[in-house]
Structures are given as structure tokens and as C-alpha cells.
Design a protein around this ligand. Structure first.
Ligand code: 7PJ
Length: 292
């Protein structure tokens, strides 16, 4: 596995599991309802997530919540580009852009984004070419259907096999388009065309995707799995989200996408310690910690 990803000149250290902080700049985000629209609010939030230990910050301008219809290229550019330009110089960590649109990939990369996070896994016309041309790492995510219809009765014979097969096929398509394997991240896409049972099966079977040898990203933060199983509305999903993040880390995910960075990172670091992830022993010795 690539140990350090080069995100347009900024490093993302994947020798240990990391947290990707979510910065939604959509007025209709399902989870934070437009709290960070506007450049000043975005700057404050990015700074805070970096201070809390986010290793990368994911900027998204198109809501992908169930039922949403998407936004025009221009609207997405208008939301995302000023925010990337404003925060790239106030934080040191790489910025990721959550987009499926080739035009947004290109402009975001030119504005300073260091990673492309595509929930469509480069299936849009021109996306693979555009992503390859940026030279940036790309996260390929599984989704059944489109955000508009994905939660209308999703079905699988075997969700783990279906997601794994899809991701390996998209991996092949990405490498064919000129994106080397070392630049790719895989994501099972929790909540994207999946019932609660599918999500639970996927989390239990995450090893099958981790076994690909590529870094795996997992996003469960505030998702409806947590909400429905626990009967929690959006503001009360923190504990459940942190528990899910812990399990995903335990199962081998290397990047945990989360709204609540400080709390999530506690869970991630604790799991890292318990699992004895590479690099831990050396770090302990350097700190002079023995026999804990
Ligand atoms: C995900 C995402 C995810 C990746 C969203 C939300 C809904 N990108 N973008 N993985 N979810 N890679 O913020 O919960 O799970 S949007």
C-alpha cells in the first residue's frame, strides 16, 4: 500500500488511519443543513477541523442525499472554487473535492485541491480523463443507482461481493484511463443504495475490500444507518457515528470521513493502538513508553 499519498504537493500519511473532515458548502446538506455556506464560515470550520487533527478536508458542493437531483456545473463551481481558494492557504493539510463532474475536478485541482473524491467512481462522461489529467489521487466510491433513486428498494444477492466486484472494475477503468493504482482509494459507499442491513453486512465484510491492498475510505458519519438503528435524529448521532468509525478502523479502513473530527479521531487512535498498526511500536519507543 502506498504509505504517503502525494496530494498535489501535500502529503497524506497513510501509514496510520486518518480522519477526513467534511466541509459541506451545500445549502441542502442532509447532515449539517448549510451551516458552512459562505467563505468565512468555511475558513473557520476548516481551521477547526485541522486543529482537531483532520489529515485531509473534503469540500463538497453538491448534496448527494437520498432524493436530491444535483446541481448545475456552474452552481457547483460557484460554491466550491471560492472555498478551496480561501482555505488552501489557511490550512496545511490537503483538500479533497467531493465531485463527480469533470469540469469541477479540473477547476478544483487548478484552485489547489489535492484529492478527487468521486461518489460516481469516474462513471460520468469525461470524468476518468479529467481526473487522470490532474495527476491527483482519486477515491472511487460504490453507489447503486443515483442519489435521486438509490434508496428506492436497493437489492443485492451479496452486497459485499457486488461492491467488491464493482470497485475492482472501476479500479481497472481508472488505471486504463491513466491513473496509477498507487493513486487510488476505494470506498464501499455506506448509505448509497443500501438498506441498513446492507450497510451492516458491508461493514462486517469490509475485509474483502481492504484485502484489495488499496487504502479504503469509510464514511458513516451521521448516516441514516446510525439514525434508524438507534432512533436518533441528526444532532444525536455522534456516539453512534463514533462507534461505527471505530469498527471501520478496526476492520482496516485507512481514512474515516467524518463531521466530528476530534471525537472520531479519538476512536481511530484508540483502535490503531489496540490493533498495533504499523508504526505504532516505533512511536511508542520514541516516546519512551514501555510496558503499557
Ligand atoms: C460519502 C462521500 C462517503 C465518500 C458523501 C455524507 C453524504 N464520499 N460523500 N464516501 N458520503 N468517499 O456526507 O454523509 O461515504 S455525502
Amino acid at each position: 500500500m502506498a504509505i504517503e499519498l502525494d496530494c498535489g504537493g501535500r502529503g497524506l500519511d497513510l501509514t496510520r488511519p486518518q480522519v477526513m473532515g467534511i466541509l459541506n458548502v451545500t445549502p441542502d446538506s442532509f447532515s449539517d443543513g448549510g451551516a458552512f455556506v459562505g467563505v468565512d464560515a468555511a475558513i473557520d470550520h476548516a481551521r477547526r477541523m485541522e486543529a482537531e487533527g483532520a489529515a485531509v478536508i473534503d469540500v463538497g458542493g453538491e448534496s448527494t442525499r437520498p432524493g436530491s437531483r444535483g446541481v448545475s456545473v456552474q452552481e457547483e463551481l460557484d460554491r466550491v472554487i471560492p472555498v478551496i481558494e480561501a482555505i488552501r492557504d489557511v490550512v496545511a493539510v490537503p483538500l479533497s473535492v467531493d465531485t463527480s463532474k469533470p469540469e469541477v475536478m479540473r477547476e478544483a485541482a487548478a484552485a489547489g485541491a489535492g484529492l478527487i473524491n468521486d461518489v460516481m467512481a469516474l462513471r460520468r462522461e469525461g470524468a476518468a480523463r479529467a481526473a487522470a489529467a490532474t495527476g491527483l489521487p482519486v477515491c472511487l466510491m460504490h453507489m447503486q443507482g443515483t442519489p435521486r433513486d438509490m434508496q428506492d428498494d436497493p437489492r443485492y444477492d451479496n452486497v459485499v461481493e457486488a461492491v467488491r466486484g464493482f470497485l475492482l472494475e472501476r479500479l481497472e477503468a481508472a488505471t486504463q484511463a491513466g491513473i496509477p493504482r498507487q493513486r487510488l482509494i476505494l470506498d464501499p459507499g455506506f448509505g448509497f443504495g443500501k438498506t441498513d442491513i446492507h450497510n451492516a453486512q458491508l461493514l462486517r465484510g469490509l475485509d474483502a475490500i481492504v484485502d484489495s491492498g488499496l487504502p479504503v475510505l469509510a464514511g458513516l458519519s451521521r448516516k441514516s444507518l446510525v439514525g434508524r438503528v438507534l432512533g436518533r435524529e441528526m444532532p444525536d448521532r455522534l456516539a453512534g457515528s463514533v462507534a461505527a468509525a471505530a469498527l471501520a478502523t478496526w476492520k482496516g479502513a485507512r481514512i474515516i470521513r467524518a463531521h466530528d473530527v476530534a471525537e472520531t479521531l479519538d476512536a481511530v487512535r484508540l483502535m490503531e493502538y489496540i490493533a498495533g498498526a504499523p508504526g505504532l511500536e516505533q512511536a511508542r519507543l520514541q516516546q519512551g513508553v514501555r510496558g503499557v
